[in-house]
Design a protein around this ligand. Structure first.
Ligand code: NAD
Length: 313
């Protein structure tokens, strides 16, 4: 396999690139190391990759890269580059989201048209569902995002489908449900909770704490992504959820157990754009991709905390 991984310096992209290298693939990472969170963190994500002879990084924005050259001989494209984060996607920042999530995806799909690639796997998101889908969320539910971020992830997913139908780009979309584990982005909930606990500061809770999430350990998300590259139905969409749907208040309890420190909770109002609940129906991924999450929330939280403690030791 010769892979192009966009977003290779990021949380999920760096784990995926390592797995690809370990499985014998040659990997070109394309990432412009956006300043959404510090560059040093992304450099640290890539520390192992930088030493791998079959890995190379092209540090450029997707829209400026010579994609024809980068796609030469590539068998698989993994498109993870995006501007993440629900809460910042309102207001004038929205154009950062349309540029990095929608326009960049269209440019990549256009470049892939007519090339002999076997699959393009696109990292979509549970945020495309919004608050109206029945639980558990099925891929055929009507998408109705409640954040501008979700709208851009859905638009890019639709572009993947469109380019599959019109240009035969073998695109497969994976809707990841809240991915966590070592290297989780610093703006994400568990990363913020752990670092607050380590600093002895209160943990901020938005809303009443009764909201639920289906949490997916990063290694399980990567396994699903690898499987989609060979077994995913082109033009198809799959939910990727870890099967641990838990209330936020229970997460605080677990974090208290994992860290051995009681949490002080500071309550703030629910945030615009946050979904109340997510829960994946993973029947399709189980059937087509043999997806079977292996890491429980308790194990995954321990792994993330151990990693965080080692990094900040
Ligand atoms: P991340 O921010 O850690 O990684 C994204 C990477 O893409 C960053 O390193 C960034 O520098 C790069 N990037 C952004 N725009 C770019 C551009 N125009 N050109 C080149 N590089 C660019 O985020 P992550 O959490 O690893 O998410 C990876 C993907 O998975 C994203 O597409 C995200 O929308 C999706 N996703 C993530 C989650 C989650 O829980 N983390 C859930 C659902 C979907």
């Amino acid at each position: 396999m010769k892979a192009l991984v966009t977003g290779a310096a990021g949380f999920i992209g760096s784990h995926l690139s390592e797995r690809l290298i370990d499985s014998g693939a040659t990997v070109t990472g394309l990432d412009c190391l956006t300043d959404y969170y510090p560059r040093e963190i992304k450099e640290r994500n890539m520390a192992r990759l930088r030493r791998a002879p079959r890995f190379s990084l092209v540090e450029q924005p997707l829209a400026e890269a010579d994609l024809d050259a980068l796609l030469d001989g590539v068998t698989h494209v993994f498109h993870l580059a995006a501007q993440p984060g629900v809460r910042k996607s309102w207001g004038r920042d929205f154009r950062v989201y349309t540029a990095n999530n929608v326009e960049a995806t269209q440019i990549l799909l256009e470049a892939c048209a007519g090339k002999p690639i076997e699959r393009l796997v696109y990292a979509s998101s549970s945020s495309i569902y919004g608050d109206t889908a029945a639980m558990p969320m099925h891929e055929d539910a009507r998408p109705q995002p409640v954040s501008p971020y979700g709208v851009t992830k859905l638009a890019a997913e639709q572009l993947c489908h469109l380019y599959h139908v019109t240009h035969r780009v073998p695109a497969v979309a994976l809707r990841y449900f809240t991915v966590y584990g070592p290297r989780q982005r610093p703006d994400m909930a568990f990363a913020r909770f752990f670092s607050a606990v380590r600093r002895g500061e209160p943990v901020t809770m938005f809303g009443d704490g009764r909201q639920t999430r289906d949490y997916t350990f990063v290694a399980d998300a990567v396994s699903a992504t690898m499987a989609a590259a060979t077994r995913g139905t082109p033009g198809g969409v799959y939910n990727i959820g870890g099967g641990s749907r838990v209330e936020l208040l229970n997460v605080f309890e677990l974090i208290g157990q994992v860290t051995g420190r009681p949490l002080r909770i500071e309550r703030l109002e629910a945030q615009r754009g946050d979904m109340h609940d997510t829960c994946a129906d993973t029947t399709r991924a189980r059937t087509d991709l043999a997806f079977a999450p292996t890491v429980t929330l308790d194990e995954g939280l321990r792994a993330q905390y151990e990693w965080m403690s080692a990094v900040h030791a």
